[in-house]
Design a protein around this ligand. Structure first.
Ligand code: 4AD
Ligand code: MG
Length: 431
């Protein structure tokens, strides 16, 4: 007999025999009758028996043990009970230590840090499983969209000789006696692949930032969806694609993932298209009206960014928008300048948080060389990258988007760590 999931019991024929396996989430022995709740990936189901022998064997059962059962589908006597299983056979496959380190009943809340220490137990909760089913679906829809639109998925090195996004957040390590770093982004490689003629590339892979940030939106290792496209007119082509992709992904989620969204009590609102484009200069004006005075060239900090998100939402009735034309001084060397002060860089904002940074790149060899020097970087560190700009490279641009942040904000999670199976931050290197 093939094992079925608990959710399938509700659709199974009353009277039919089925086999299930999972974790014993609740056990109630009442003398002549016994109840066990079996939980698996897809939900849970009630098991019942009044068989003396079976009840005796259930005395050995501890919470969270793995069990395998055979039984008959029957209607529950409870009004809202749906179908349940009348036990015919019962086996403990793996007995759990009765001293569970965290409360698994959902009655006593456990703080996030302790939950993460016991992540494997924590993930058994249906609400957590729902997050990672949705995360998996989000990755799938993004890939589906890009494959349909003729993008090529790339896998670039994570052990690198130089950083692309500034020295402050580089993890360094020993590489056969030489210094190497963990990749901060796929930036340099994706640009090189456009010089190679691949035209439209993307990657969804890990990147590393030695950020000493203790926030609800920074990690030391995160999943970076990096994307680059050649023969663009300007950065508007890239923003248009983000819009399309965002609408595609959220529409798919709302259509195909209702069960998980319901578990999390979520209804993802589709933002209106086009997403507003707010220039950095206008953003500063909007903030100034609220008494937040920033000079051109200053970063919009976390709190101000949140405020700006509220102001934009009030004005344009949307959570999704772009901040465009950032000053060059606060953007990396590879971005294309726009006049003396500004650049073709944008951020994609959602829910008051930056989900992606992107823009058009400088593809002129001389200008790029002078920008690298201008940022105080060593040309030697970028030799291979720079060389590719000598032998023909089209105008291009792209973006990098944090998948973890996307999941956090689409699913309305309080902390980015909730969106990651085994998060890494300055305090955490295990499990
Ligand atoms: O804004 P960032 O640093 O931009 C780049 O890496 C560029 N190469 C992108 C480009 O193509 N121009 O990182 C991109 C995104 C951020 O918007 C954020 O969502 C995420 O990556 N991110 C982080 N997520 C979690 N923890 C961190 N420490 C992150 N740093 C960046
Ligand atoms: Mg950024």
């Amino acid at each position: 007999m093939e094992r079925i999931y608990s959710s399938e019991v509700q659709k199974a024929k009353v009277g039919s025999s089925v086999e299930l396996a999972g974790w014993a989430s609740a056990i109630k022995l009442l003398g002549k009758i016994a109840f066990v709740r079996l939980r698996d990936r897809e939900g849970d189901v009630q098991l019942v028996t009044s068989d003396k022998k079976l009840i005796t064997s259930l005395r050995d059962l501890t919470h969270e043990s793995v069990i395998q059962v055979k039984g008959k589908v029957r209607k529950s006597k409870l009004k809202v009970g749906g179908n349940e299983i009348e036990l015919q056979k019962f086996e403990i496959l793996s007995k759990a230590d009765p001293n569970l380190p965290i409360d698994m009943s959902g009655k006593i809340p456990t703080d996030l840090s302790k939950r993460l220490n016991w992540r494997v137990l924590d993930l058994r909760d249906t609400k957590r499983t729902a997050i990672f089913k949705l995360r998996s679906a989000i990755n799938y829809y993004i890939r589906e969209y890009l494959q349909q639109n003729n993008f090529i998925e790339m896998q670039t090195p994570k052990l690198v000789g130089s950083g692309a996004e500034g020295g402050a957040t580089l993890f360094s390590l020993d590489y056969y006696g030489k210094k190497a770093y963990l990749s901060q982004s796929q930036q340099l490689y994706k640009q090189m692949l456009l010089a190679a003629g691949l035209d439209k590339v993307y990657e969804i892979g890990p990147t590393f930032r030695a950020e000493n940030s203790h926030t609800a939106r920074h990690l030391a290792e995160f999943t970076h969806f990096d994307f680059e496209m050649a023969f663009i007119k300007d950065e508007n082509d890239i923003m248009k694609l983000i819009e399309d992709l965002f609408i595609y992904t959220t529409t798919k989620l709302n259509t195909h993932n209702k069960k998980e969204l319901q578990i999390l009590k979520l209804n993802i609102e589709l933002p209106k298209v086009p997403f507003p484009r707010v220039t950095y200069a206008d953003a500063l004006k909007m903030l100034a009206k609220e008494g937040i005075k920033l000079k051109v060239g200053e970063d919009i900090g976390t709190e101000d960014e949140k405020k700006l998100g509220e102001l934009v939402e009030k004005k344009y009735k949307t959570k999704a928008y772009f901040i465009t034309k950032f000053p060059y001084v606060i953007k990396p060397f590879y971005i294309m300048k726009d006049g003396k002060t500004f650049s073709r860089a944008f951020d994609f904002e959602y829910n008051g948080e930056e989900l992606a940074s992107g823009g058009q790149r400088e593809h002129n060899y001389e200008k790029l060389t002078s920008q690298i020097k201008g940022k105080g970087l060593k040309l030697n560190d970028f030799e291979d990258y720079l060389n590719t700009f000598k032998f023909g490279i089209p105008a291009h641009g792209g973006f990098g988007l944090g998948i973890d942040r996307l999941v956090k904000n689409l699913l309305n999670l309080d902390n980015i760590r909730e969106a990651v199976l085994f998060p890494r931050d300055p305090e955490r290197l295990s499990p």
